[in-house]
Design a protein around this ligand. Structure first.
Ligand SMILES: NC(=O)c1ccc[n+]([C@@H]2O[C@H](COP(=O)([O-])OP(=O)(O)OC[C@H]3O[C@@H](n4cnc5c(N)ncnc54)[C@H](OP(=O)(O)O)[C@@H]3O)[C@@H](O)[C@H]2O)c1
Length: 221
């Protein structure tokens, strides 16, 4: 489970704001050229910035040095996927600069609303964005290492299309439960088992306190 129904910022509730989970997210962001998100995650996370220093400020200097050593720009580019064009122009992460991946129809809905720090990539006319096409557009703009933080529908589509190389999964010891509200899992919008077998290879396991930090390879070997 990765969401708590209508609760905003569910990730930090589920992880109990675990320091090492935040460090790992910071480290991954520090290595990335771009951070790819669905518009649903942006809407569920008001006030967030998808940068290393925002999630783990204690290591701001070290993250900046790492980015410089890796030849990365000072911050990863935020990339937002939307079909509807419902992207809050006042969200601080959008104000800070974002690339919007959408269709011609989505771009029309956004026209005149975005700050100058944003740009729009149009993929197709309407409906959903073809994420395979979108990823190759991002690569052609120099975004080699793309980190996705989901959410569940974007993760589902990336896995469905074989576009996700690796998954970093934190297992939190908190017991969430489910009853009235829909609480999304890590992968939504696509059904794999029993018809399709997508299996990860466990690349590493770390334990800190009662949390497990798992890294899986998802590309067929
Ligand atoms: N715990 C975690 O690690 C974690 C991480 C991320 C998110 N979350 C949680 O997940 C929940 C949000 O779930 P979600 O599934 O709605 O998130 P999501 O996958 O980020 O957003 C779904 C939205 O993204 C857009 N989208 C996705 N694929 C698209 C495509 N191929 N073409 C065009 N647009 C596309 C659509 O936006 P439009 O509606 O604008 O068209 C769609 O409604 C929140 O509760 C959030 O807190 C948890």
């Amino acid at each position: 489970m990765v969401s708590l129904g209508s609760e905003p910022s569910a990730g930090s509730v589920i992880s109990g704001r675990n320091r090492w989970d935040r460090f790992l997210m910071g480290l991954l962001r520090a290595c990335a050229d771009a951070v790819l998100l669905g518009a649903g995650t942006l809407r569920a996370t008001p006030g967030h910035h998808w940068t290393a220093e925002h999630i783990f400020p204690d290591m701001t200097t070290a993250f900046a040095e790492l980015r410089s050593t890796l030849g990365r720009r000072p911050r990863p580019r935020l990339v937002l996927v939307t079909a509807s064009g419902q992207v809050a122009a006042s969200h601080p992460a959008v104000v800070g600069g974002a690339t919007i991946l959408t269709t011609e129809a989505g771009a029309n809905a956004l026209r005149g609303r975005l700050p100058d720090s944003c740009d729009v990539i149009e993929v197709g006319k309407e409906g959903r964005v073809d994420l395979a096409h979108a990823v190759s557009e991002l690569r052609s703009r120099g975004h080699e290492l793309i980190l996705t933080e989901g959410g569940p529908h974007v993760s589902g589509e990336l896995i469905d299309k074989g576009l996700l190389d690796e998954a970093f999964i934190t297992v939190s010891p908190l017991v969430a439960g489910r009853d009235r509200e829909t609480r999304l899992g890590m992968v939504e919008g696509v059904e794999l088992l029993p018809g399709r077998l997508v299996s990860g290879r466990l690349l590493s396991v770390r334990r800190k306190e009662d949390f497990l930090f798992l890294r899986y390879g998802l590309r067929p070997s």
